[in-house]
Ligand binder design. Sequence first.
Ligand code: SF4
Ligand code: SF4
Length: 710
Amino acid sequence: MNPILMSALLIVGLGFFAWTASRRLKLMFAAKAPADRFDRMGDRVKAVIYYMFGQARMFRYKAAGVAHAFIFVGFMVLGLRTIILATRGFTGPDGGFGFWLFNDSAPLGSAYLFLKDIIGGFVVVGVSYFLYTRLVIKPRRMTLSSEGVFILCMILGLITADMFYEAGGYIVHGSADASVFHAKTPLASILATILQAAPTGLVRAMMLIGFWGHTIIVLTFLNFLPFGKHFHVITVLPNVLFSNLDGIGRLHPVPDIEGKLEREETLGVRTAANFSWKDVLDFYTCTECGRCSDNCPAASTGKLLSPKQLTIDLRNHMRANEDRLIAGDPVATGDADDSGAGLTPLKEDERFQLIGKVIEPEVIWACTTCGACEQECPVFISYVDKIVDMRRHMVMEQGEFPEQLQNAFRGLETVGNPYSFANEQRADWAAGLDIPLRSEKPDAEYLFWVGCAPSFDDRSRKIAVAMAKLMQRAGVDFAILGPEETCTGDPARRAGNEYVFQMFAQQNVETMKGYDVRKIVTTCPHCYNTIANEYPEFGGKFEVIHHTTFLHDLIRAGKLKPTHEVNARVAYHDSCYIGRYNGIYDPPREILRAIPGVEVVDAPESRDRGMCCGAGGAQMWKEDEPIRDESAKAGAGKVNHARTRQLLNVLPSGGKPRAIASACPFCKTMLSDGLADQGHTNITQSDVVELLLRSVEGAPASVGAAEESA
Ligand code: SF4
Ligand code: SF4
């Protein structure tokens, strides 16, 4: 067509893109925290194939998933077309050059043209859906910026330009009496049939505009990407490839905390430079689809935290300070030495502190660490680790955290539990049950790890008692640690107090290894997650079994026989820490189904879409953050109230009494408070183990009192 023009376009377009992309790359590596994501490459490649090429998570929102799949496949197919057209720029005014096997008249070329033509049609459908969504439906989860519309128009422009080039070519290069309809490009042929009536000069102009327009739009699009959310077109592959394969349940430890404290090194994340390169890649990759915030219990109940906005704010902050971060300016990175003369002006230094300047503290403290955002994010952006890293800085370095957490921290540090009971009382719940301590029965097959709530909290003690009675009935050989057990450290860790967590982790691992503990059963999902997923990094490798799995196995083995009817329609609430964190969804439901008279129902928000009860991430020990959005999706207010309402929505009045079941002591507390606070005094809240005990031992005909009037 025109080698000089094509060369100029490519040099300018690709050259500018290379410069911008190199800046983004340098900014990524201005983030200094380590992130080793080069292990298990086989699994990583599988994740790319399944989640990126297979678009697996996109279909959690069905219509948007299908529309996106059309555009995604279109991008891959049309990418080759872009290369073909670029090569034709060097081959004379009428083109005619094919790329390798893709000459238009070769069989493979014809097959490709057919595919490209049809896929182009699907892309137009996908783009039209998104334009309709953005301009007409306007879902509140999405960022409805003009950038999105501009990009969609560019994609439409690409397809249209290529169609005009193809259709125009049939008319300009075909003989006058030949048909312009070619079965290998049905859509372009329809356009050619329409254009046939126009003067040839005009058609030729349209063909050339289509040809050059395609290349110009592609290069403009490419250069636009690094400046907006559509950078994900490029970064999504590495972001999925280097995603966290360890799951949400395992936070990375802070190594050598004491040394860091002594050397006054930064703990957690204070400035953007304290993130890792992978965190910055996350920021680049956010598509602003809002699926995270749409499922976030904090955002859904009107709190300031919106995971999507958190990412956008951090990304914008990094871009705004790109030059200084790349240059390693010690003020921007937080490394400025303020110990001598020539102090960094405080205000300047503060500008780069994230918390309070870029991210409000109440954003950080609203997170329940439920992981719903990470589960939903189609491009595998993580949140819990970043939020906990910022909490670590606030707690361990600044000593700033919600006042109510002070009591829990004091209890943990002084007596080994957040309830502040003397740890000697840890086994008081077991009085009269004839349960041996591990020190009395060191060879017991199972250690029953009780946890703080079932040890000290009256409502949760019933869980421990029911579990112990069922294990005794089934002939399980178990013992407890009693006063030798302390908190696992989970609330401290999720609240950012990594120092205290590591203290507990080391102490508990040492205690259990001292007794040669191999198998642990626990009723607490938080203890389960911490011991199973986090203690291995502290030398504690145990077989940990959640009580629902354990009891389900005992029922299947015929060692527990739920024979007495428990007449109730039960909505089961999934605890985030055994459900989303550890994939345990079926055993609790199977236990309930094994109880005669129980009818199990699920809320639409259940299993991996289940909403947090509001206790996780140390929220149990503090009040909800203030309401900032009265029109929140799940109703402005407390998370436990919203979750209770969701569960009640599947428990219509009439018929059986209504009950809510859970499998976590903290969920029990939050949901029973949610029922009581909202006046549902006749609806029972029980742990699955309590219902099972009723059925095994004999129980009243129903779990509730009278049926609640609607
Ligand atoms: S972990 Fe849960 S509460 Fe925290 S940001 Fe994600 S969805 Fe929201
Ligand atoms: S973090 Fe993920 S889910 Fe949330 S807006 Fe960005 S891409 Fe969407």
